[in-house]
Design a binder for this molecule. Structure first.
Ligand SMILES: CC(C)(COP(=O)(O)OP(=O)(O)OC[C@H]1O[C@@H](n2cnc3c(N)ncnc32)[C@H](O)[C@@H]1OP(=O)(O)O)[C@@H](O)C(=O)NCCC(=O)NCCS
Length: 154
């Protein structure tokens, strides 16, 4: 039996700093490798912000995580505020079992409880499964974007 196989379904719970290494492992699957210490520092900062939440799918306490979702408040001068899914990943060994749907469910529940009437997600065009996944959860494609970045030198 692999370390991710289980007889009981994963539970969705709020992340805590002890999850940092597992969140970092799954973040690498999302294309964003990071050190556990850096993930821990981000989690600590997010935990202090009531307008953000991180939920994990946990097979058993302190076992490898099966997935995570980060949701937070977005506020735009031109269009107001809504909830935004800022990151989502399900372990490659656990996909197509309904966990992504459950994690999004947790993010939506948090968003409703926080008073948001709308939720959005920006998803990289190179993620084919995501572009089937979100429409299957009744998210409609509203626009496509290009993301520009620039290093800020002192
Ligand atoms: C996208 C992702 C989170 C989906 O998680 P998941 O647990 O596999 O999704 P679910 O099992 O809950 O799927 C729900 C529905 O989405 C659709 N779906 C999900 N993955 C799919 C795939 N690879 N191909 C086709 N449809 C898919 C299906 O309709 C599925 O329902 P069904 O299994 O009853 O047919 C997961 O594939 C993942 O982590 N991908 C890499 C990271 C990523 O793209 N994250 C999103 C960033 S915005």
């Amino acid at each position: 039996m692999s370390h991710l196989e289980t007889v009981s379904p994963p539970q969705i719970r709020t992340a805590d700093v002890a999850d940092a290494a597992e969140l970092a492992r799954l973040s690498a699957q999302l294309g964003y490798p990071c050190q556990p210490i850096a993930m821990r520092q981000r989690l600590e900062r997010l935990a202090a912000r009531p307008d953000h939440a991180v939920f994990v799918a946990s097979v058993e306490e302190r076992a490898p995580l099966a997935g995570w979702v980060h949701v937070g408040a977005g506020l735009w001068l031109e269009s107001g505020e809504c909830a935004e899914i800022l990151g989502l990943v399900v372990d490659a060994a656990m996909r197509r079992g309904g966990l992504g749907r459950r994690l999004i469910g947790a993010a939506e529940q948090w968003s409703r409880a926080a008073g948001f009437e709308r939720i959005v997600v920006r998803s990289n065009a190179v993620r084919p499964e995501a572009h089937t996944f979100y429409p299957s959860l009744e998210y409609t494609l509203e626009k496509t974007q290009r993301v520009y970045g620039k290093a800020l030198t002192p």
